[in-house]
Write a protein that binds this ligand. Structure first.
Ligand code: BLA
Length: 504
């Protein structure tokens, strides 16, 4: 297994970033266990940070934190394992005041202490947060919502650059919104490879919704642990130390400090509000809480926008289909009516043309492959046997038997079990240039950790020409295609039954 801090570029998705055994120096931490509970681990800076006498393993909670003990005990008793319980402005012996976060990890109680949020900041944050939520309450559309949020976050927390980073299905990502200091170059529109935020980091950000890195240049503070102690899971600690590879990445980008707030949509990590600062910058606990709540709220607003778009589409499809079902009742042959309905299809599922394959016949509207090619495609897709929808945004890849064409995408809706009868939608090539923030295939150069151990230094634009692809078929569109399939199967069964009656 790979030890934290020892990962290189070939295995950084296996670096155990949740057990760094060290923290960022913005605060200190103590870990208690047992009936005392007794101190089992602490960050090396604790006595200095709390201005208390040196600590040693086995001290009780009371001995470590004095008057603050009952409060910390209460927080630990409330605390579940993931969301730390918090208290502002707690007085410690030595008159040091701290904001405190307490949570449990297995049998341990983890206590994190940070500089107390200044008193007047709470009210200021509440006002700003209220204003932001007001603006975002009734969003017109997703992009204007996200743009407004990025601008507000930058005003609220003073980062030099605030981006909305949106994940693609392959976990590469794109900067879809940016609000930045005028003199900085723009990352807007750029794509970044999935390896820039490796899988375990994404999984962590799905569960722990905010990540603040105060200074990529700083030395982490090690934990003083008992010999042989099991590694401490720090997943839900704000102060968790940062992977040296990621620090180097930020430094290569010229960035000193960052904040990422997770945007969760339907339980999945949909994107990040990713912020950069070009000098060190930590947030107070109250600021982090505000930022995290904004992220949670925006995630829910994105869900709401997606739901309403889906609902509108489904309703339009239902209206269209009930018209179609009424219109074709009592008919045994649908093809004469097909053209009229095919013309309307692009309004529901965007496409450049479509056609119906029914027995020996093929009727099409708009741009469509020739009948022979359609038959090749349908046979290759195997929809007669599977009786399932089939779609592709790259026919040259997914059906190499087809001759080259500028129709690069197809969605097949079979509606007759065991037969090739189907509705096919086509999409033209969408030739585009994807702008990557640095060459994703680039070989890496030598860095402080040796050859191959350094994330790329170059964030120079690298472009990829995407050809022979159509726009991809969205989940919403595939869902509507499913509605079409049910309606067509009903009509097909009905006309079949009527034909049967005629022959009797
Ligand atoms: C974490 N990588 C991250 C984070 C971001 C990025 C946003 C979250 C932490 C933060 O906010 O700093 C990536 N940052 C980006 C991207 C942009 C940006 C794409 O601003 C675009 C504008 N990173 C690498 C490689 C590795 C790697 C090659 O590039 C591994 C070999 C690792 N990235 C890595 C790790 C983390 C990370 C381990 C988790 C850091 C942590 O939370 O401890």
């Amino acid at each position: 297994p790979i030890v934290f801090g020892q990962a290189d570029l070939t295995n950084c998705d296996r670096e155990p970033i949740h057990i760094p055994a060290s923290i960022q120096p913005a605060g200190c931490m103590m870990v208690f266990a047992g009936s005392g509970p007794e101190l089992v681990a602490f960050s090396q800076n604790t006595a200095n940070f709390l201005q208390c006498p040196p600590l040693h393993h086995g001290m009780t909670l009371e001995q470590c934190v004095g008057h603050a003990a009952p409060l910390i005990r209460a927080l630990a008793d409330n605390g579940n394992t993931t969301y730390p319980e918090i208290a502002f402005n707690v007085a410690f012996p030595g008159d040091r005041r701290c904001d405190v976060a307490v949570h449990r990890s297995r049998d341990s109680i983890i206590v994190e202490c940070e500089p107390a949020t200044p008193e007047q900041m709470h009210a200021r944050l509440a006002v700003k947060q209220r204003k932001l939520l007001q603006c975002a309450r009734d969003p017109q559309d997703k992009m204007s919502l996200l743009r407004a949020v990025a601008a507000s976050i930058r005003r609220m927390f003073g980062y030099d650059r605030v981006m909305v980073y949106r994940f693609a299905p392959d976990w590469s990502g794109q900067v879809i919104v940016e609000d930045r200091r005028d003199d900085l170059e723009s990352f807007l529109g750029q794509h970044f490879p999935s390896s820039d935020i490796p899988a375990q980091a994404r999984e962590l950000y799905r569960r722990a919704l905010i990540r603040v890195i105060g200074d990529a240049h700083c030395q982490p503070v090690p934990l003083v642990e008992q010999p042989g102690a099991a590694p401490l899971d720090m997943s839900f600690m704000h102060l968790r130390a940062v992977s040296p590879i990621h620090c180097e990445y930020l430094i290569n980008m010229g960035v000193h400090a960052s904040m990422s707030v997770s945007l969760i949509v339907d339980g999945r990590l949909w994107g990040l509000i990713a912020c950069h600062h070009y000098s060190p910058r930590s947030l107070f606990m109250a600021e982090r809480i505000a930022a995290k709540m904004i992220g949670e709220f925006i995630g829910l607003q994105v869900v709401a926008l997606h739901r309403s778009r889906r609902l509108r589409l489904a309703q339009a499809a239902q209206r269209f289909l009930s018209r179609f079902l009424d219109d074709t009742s009592g008919m045994t042959d649908l093809l004469p009516r097909a053209r009229k309905y095919l013309v309307e299809l692009p309004g529901l599922i965007s496409c450049d043309g479509s056609g119906v394959l029914s027995g020996q016949r093929w009727i099409s509207v708009g741009r469509a492959l020739p009948e022979a090619d359609v038959r090749t495609l349908v046979a290759h897709a195997g929809t007669a046997a599977s009786n399932q929808l089939w779609h592709s945004d790259c026919l040259t890849r997914d059906c190499p038997a087809l001759p080259p064409s500028d129709l690069c995408g197809a969605l097949i809706i079979p509606f007759f079990p065991e037969k090739e009868d189907c509705l096919v939608l086509f999409r033209r090539e969408w030739a585009r240039t994807v702008v990557w923030g640095g060459d994703p295939e680039k070989t890496y150069s030598t860095g402080p950790h040796g050859i191959r151990l350094t994330p790329r230094r170059s964030f120079e634009i690298w472009t990829e020409e995407v050809r022979q692809h159509s726009a991809s078929w969205s989940a919403d569109h595939v869902e509507v295609a499913g509605l079409f399939r049910s309606a067509l199967m009903e009509v097909a069964a009905r006309s079949n039954w009527m034909k049967l009656q005629e022959t009797l």
